[in-house]
Design a protein around this ligand. Structure first.
Ligand code: 5CA
Length: 445
């Protein structure tokens, strides 16, 4: 993309309404625009990152064997009366009446609707296990929407639902989600710690939240600092292997890590003092096992191997897709702006032309641009007729991890400069070598 033809409405001033860094940078980098309290338009740069985050979520869900579907955002109140949640859900639910006076709602979550799909089509244990998921907009009429996409009213969520014949199989599905989430967050450059949590309106007694540590996080968390050293990394996972998946979960949950809702001071005190940490965190996902809570009330029964009709065992599993953008920025920025991890960056590299209109500089930039695109990469070429300082400020603000700076002086010696946004370190090399290096970096992402 050439910046002169793009739509990147960056702001020079700090917007007064933004109280935390991620909100401030998302507005300043022209990623989002607020339309109503907690409701945002996604501008081109923001949409690019959102799509990359979604793509990672899809890939990791499908790697774990889960199947994508898409349900509507509007649901009928009657469906929610069946589970009893229509009245229980309270003011967070946006209720709508259509022209026929039918009561509808904008879905805050989809347990009822997915159970309805299941009961219409599945009858036998032979069709299990089954996990369906979607990435779809949700609405919760939050009392205090704030911090931009962090606590929105309309927000994008990945919500997945497992159906299993017995509790052991359903607990395997729970574990499978935990492991797939670990890889999902790591690919986004995040350390998200699974913590014992409380289940709230979703129900059930087995639940973990995934928290990214950040001083601006809304949750208070208590943990053994050794938990922050754990990495799933590149290890091979066979998602059908119950023992392997369970042992990874055991590894990640055996150390103390809890939110304030489940915190146990006596247990916490048993951790060696230097590893006892109290901090704040951003909840980027939550997994639940709730057994037959919805299948019993809504009549989602299957025939088991003995020929009996039994309610199917279920759980639900959410990732805060739009919130993740805020969490990634909170975890990765400096005074100048965002620092995108390579896994989610909106463009792979910036090309900064120090002297637009100079025949040689223009030609070198074009060559690098084509070279990167030929390697399957998406560069952002700052071809504006602007001062170098302004170009640097823009690429720093929008957080592209690599910058290739091209100017007549360097070109005289046959070199351009490759700069890491994270370390600020620069290296001179030929334009071809810069293209190779950037391609090499992304080959490993
Ligand atoms: N049905 C279950 C799982 S599918 C569910 O709704 N879980 S949840 O309530 O925990 O939401 C899942 C994730 O959505 C949360 O972990 C959080 O990351 C994100 N989320 C929840 N509320 C908001 C909000 N108001 N703004 C942005 N993200 C949110």
């Amino acid at each position: 993309m050439r910046l002169s033809r793009y739509f990147l409405p960056v702001l020079k001033e700090n917007p007064a309404e933004a109280q935390i860094v991620s909100h401030r940078f998302m507005l300043r980098a022209g990623m989002i625009k607020q339309q109503s309290a907690g409701i945002y338009s996604w501008l081109p740069l923001g949409l690019r990152v959102l799509r990359r985050v979604e793509q990672i979520v899809h890939e990791e869900q499908q790697r774990a064997g889960h199947i994508p579907v898409l349900m509507p955002t509007l649901q009928s109140a009657d469906l929610w009366r069946e589970s009893g949640r229509y009245d229980d859900y309270g003011q967070e639910m946006l209720r709508i009446t259509d022209r026929q006076d039918r009561e509808m709602l904008y879905g805050p979550t989809n347990e009822e609707m997915i159970t309805d799909i299941f009961r219409a089509h599945v009858n036998s244990y032979k069709d299990l296990p089954l996990t369906l998921y979607q990435i779809q907009w949700k609405f919760r009429d939050e009392m205090r929407p704030r911090f931009g996409v962090m606590r929105g009213r309309e927000f994008l969520m990945k919500d997945g639902y497992n159906f299993d014949i017995d509790k052991d199989a359903a607990l395997h599905a729970y574990n499978r989600h935990m492991v797939s989430y670990l890889r999902t967050y790591e690919r986004m450059g995040l350390t998200a710690i699974p913590m014992r949590a409380a289940s709230g309106p979703i129900g059930g007694d087995n639940t973990h939240e995934f928290l990214v540590l950040a001083s601006t996080g809304e949750s208070e968390v208590f943990f053994d600092s050794a938990v922050t050293d754990l990495k799933l990394g590149e290890r091979e996972v066979d998602f059908d292997n119950r023992a392997q998946v369970a042992s990874i979960c055991q590894e990640f949950t055996k150390l103390y890590a809890r939110t304030d809702e489940t915190h146990d001071a006596a247990l916490f005190d048993q951790i060696p003092e230097e590893r006892r940490k109290v901090a704040r965190g951003i909840e980027v996902g939550q997994i639940f096992f709730f057994g037959t809570k919805y299948s019993e009330s809504m009549g989602a029964l299957v025939t088991n191997a003995e020929g009996e009709r039994v309610p199917v065992q279920m759980g639900s599993h959410g990732i805060g897709v739009s919130r993740l953008l805020g969490a990634i920025i909170e975890a990765s920025h400096d005074d100048k702006g965002i620092i995108w991890p390579e896994g989610v960056t909106p463009f792979h590299a910036a090309i900064v032309n120090l002297k637009q209109g100079d025949t040689e500089a223009d030609a070198a930039c074009d060559g690098i641009y084509q070279g990167l695109r030929a390697r399957g990469l998406d560069p952002l070429y700052d071809d504006r007729d602007a001062r170098a300082g302004e170009k640097f400020a823009t690429t720093d603000l929008i957080g592209l991890p690599w910058r290739i700076t091209v100017g007549p002086r360097g070109l005289k010696n046959g070199v351009v400069e490759l700069t890491s946004r994270r370390t600020g370190e620069s290296e001179e090399m030929s334009p071809e070598a810069a293209v190779d290096r950037v391609a090499q970096i992304y080959a490993g992402v």
